[in-house]
Design a protein around this ligand. Structure first.
Ligand code: SF4
Ligand code: SF4
Length: 382
């Protein structure tokens, strides 16, 4: 006898998917063209047609915690060929955005980050924190003399705010999300017959994470795409510039607190050179991302939701204020340099504090899903 499945449609879930960029999902009439043209989908139980049925029926438990939703790289080959304009690529993107909120904690923050009504509140939080810390300490004024950002916002105060964000907040929120996510994708894969391993062996799973890293670092999957192939360069630039800035931040931390060498550092300093190269690469990467999204690829391919754009604008704000802080400092323009530096720190705070709720969280969740796909033997290890 065939397995029976009690259909429990979640109308609110469908509404939320539509609000997050999947408004075309009801147009699908199940022709399966999308699953045939997808260059990434495995032959067995391919996506995204089955996900489109689940989305139309509001089958939340079939989508949230479904590793296939994360194997999709949003290349939009499927959307281009969909005869109904159902935009399956955008629907899967909306499911991922919903899933990030579902796994994140605390829920109130997870709800306001993707909500366009609250962008001002997300910016107001760091502004209020900075003003409350700097004001009573007497720092909220433009300092006299040579421009030194530490005179305006002492490095110790920056570290008091940002070190706990990086070492406690981000690992805590991601830790909770990762535990829930991996448990769910395993349960879902076993239930749907996509995993050859009924157990979840953590050491073996971690080996799968290592095995998938070369694919992620080289962005190999993007080159399988036809429609959005040009996203390859922009994504690679953004990924490696963030890695460069991560190295730079840690080197400056060691220089300041262990080697006791305070800034500002000369432009010829190798770490400073890496910082400047990373900043320029990030700027080029973001501008390419914006131009790729704005390209006219026909009405079947969407230009992205608020959730996608809010991250792009945040990173753009971060890199532009970072570069302008440096240039206005070198040009000795204190009245402009200090306020821009303040804005830069606001953007850095937003990136750190809202990272596990933002689109950038897909880096973590997609890595885990791709690793699980290898672990479950749905795809071979590269
Ligand atoms: S999303 Fe489009 S291509 Fe895919 S099954 Fe539905 S109608 Fe066909
Ligand atoms: S967007 Fe690309 S990767 Fe995702 S399902 Fe469509 S064709 Fe496949």
């Amino acid at each position: 006898m065939a397995n029976s499945y009690l259909v429990k449609p979640d109308v609110d879930f469908v509404k939320q998917l539509k609000a997050m960029g999947g408004e075309t999902l009801k147009k699908c009439y199940q022709c399966a063209t999308c699953s045939v043209v997808c260059p990434i989908s495995p032959d067995e139980k391919p996506f995204p047609r089955k996900e489109m049925i689940a989305a139309q029926w509001g089958l939340k438990d079939r989508l949230v915690g479904n590793m296939d939703v994360w194997l999709c790289h949003h290349c939009n080959d499927c959307s281009t060929y969909c005869p109904r304009g159902a935009k399956p690529g955008d629907v899967l993107n909306a499911v991922r955005a919903y899933s990030i909120q579902e796994y994140a904690w605390p829920k109130w923050l997870a709800k306001i980050v993707p909500d366009p009504r609250f962008w001002w509140l997300l910016l107001a939080i760091p502004v209020a924190i900075f003003v409350l810390i700097l004001g009573p300490a007497g720092y909220l004024k433009i300092p006299e003399g040579e421009i030194e950002f530490a005179k305006f916002f002492p490095t110790l105060l920056i570290d008091i705010i940002f070190v706990p964000l990086a070492t406690f907040w981000i690992p805590l929120v991601f830790g909770i999300g990762i535990y829930r996510f991996v448990t769910d994708i395993h349960k879902n894969a076993v239930a749907e017959g996509k995993s050859k391993r009924p157990d979840l062996n953590i050491p073996d799973f971690l080996k799968s994470v290592l095995c998938v890293l070369p694919t992620i670092l080289s962005h190999r999957k993007f080159s399988d795409c036809t429609e959005n192939k040009d996203r390859y360069i922009s994504h690679l630039l953004v990924l490696f510039s963030f890695l460069g800035l991560f190295v730079v931040t840690n080197c400056f931390f060691v220089a300041l607190y262990i080697l006791q060498i305070p800034g500002p550092y000369s432009l010829g300093n190798p770490i400073k050179v890496l910082a400047n190269i990373s900043a320029v690469a990030l700027l080029i990467g973001v501008v390419l991302m914006i131009s790729n999204r704005l390209k006219d690829r026909g009405e079947n391919v969407g230009k992205g939701s608020y959730y996608d754009w809010s991250l792009i604008y945040l990173v753009l704000g971060l890199v532009v204020t970072g570069i302008l802080s440096e240039l206005t400092r070198l040009a000795h323009l204190p009245g402009i340099a200090y306020p821009i530096y303040f804005a830069h720190l606001v953007f850095v705070f937003c990136l750190f504090a809202y990272l596990p709720f933002s689109k950038l969280a897909h880096l973590v969740y997609r890595t885990l899903a791709m690793a699980y796909s290898r672990y479950s033997e749905r795809e071979p290890c590269d």
